[in-house]
Write a new protein. Sequence first.
Length: 392
Amino acid sequence: MKGKFGRYGGQFVPEILMPAIEELIEGYERYKADQKFTKELNFYSREFAGRPTPLYHAKRLSEAYGAKIYLKREDLVHGGAHKLNNTLGQALLAKYMGKERIIAETGAGQHGTATAMAGAMLGIKIEVYMGSKDMERQRMNVYRMELLGAKVIPVESGSKTLKDAINEALRDWVSNVEDTYYLIGSIVGPHPYPEIVRDFQSVIGKETKEQILKCEKRLPDSIVACTGGGSNSIGIFYPFIEDDVKLFAIEAGGESLKKTDKVAYHSASLCQGEEGILHGARTKILQNEYGQILESHSIAAGLDYSGVGPELSHLSEIGRINSGNICDNDALEAFYELSRKKGIIPALESSHAVSYVLKHAKELGDLIVINLSGRGDKDVEIVARLNRGDKA
Ligand SMILES: *Cc1c(COP(=O)(O)O)cnc(C)c1O
């Protein structure tokens, strides 16, 4: 069945949303094969986003850890992370579909900012739903979105964070399907979103494959990526799915892996989640015994999501990808290590992938690629605060 990844995925949405989803499926089918669309997207990817990004041999790191380690530099994409790959693609799709307004959800504000950038560049009105608690925690990103001409709408329901912002955006879409495009930020949500976002992010893996074949004349033994919803993971994994390459999706282990009824002190849906339905798809979710969604926690805001993309749930279940988790402190250590040894300040999200490699380099083979999903400038304040011993 279309839109299913084994048992996972699907379209668990109110009937009233189905016409909008059907229209999106049709629009995507039509334009993804359209030469003009592809050409225009390639142009913006190159000239606006700065692709292709380098695949960089981290020499001193390699020597220190006894394996040849490459970094795929998504931190160099305009905006500082892989997120623009997706927002550019979807915003352009919205334009081709004749939509005048784009809505999006955002947690820490990174996806909202990347959407605002794409919208400003293409001249489309952007409105971003954001939990009021997140707005307070991420004032700088709220200001950035506003600078880029977007309107930020506070969400006061539930935990006032990302999952509530997604619910609110879906509600808006239901009532404004005519002129509105809903631009989702990861490989989550009902079909066809997991597929659309994967396709736009696959540019990471396509480039990586070409680049590694060119400089090493072979494929890597392992590829490691951090995983929140899973878009940078699937983006680099997808072109290697049929190959003999080990794939590692690294989740946020938070402070510990303890689980209570109110909060999951981590964000490890693949490792610790159970099957359920979240935001229109069947997938692995952090939930309590009554099926209530647990609030996740991680030092890295971008990994702080209670679910994971249905395709990764499936790939994990059939054993094609491996999952692992890294706790806050270890991610922080990798953050310092890469900053000092490489002159690259990684995003705290990406630091989880780096940490996994530093801890397990011996088991990952001789040739390893880390997807460096973003840069860490946005995290400097958090790290400085932790250094002073304040609570994050
Ligand atoms: C948002 C974000 C992530 C997590 O999102 P995925 O969909 O799992 O990729 C990871 N790294 C960075 C830098 C991010 O901004």
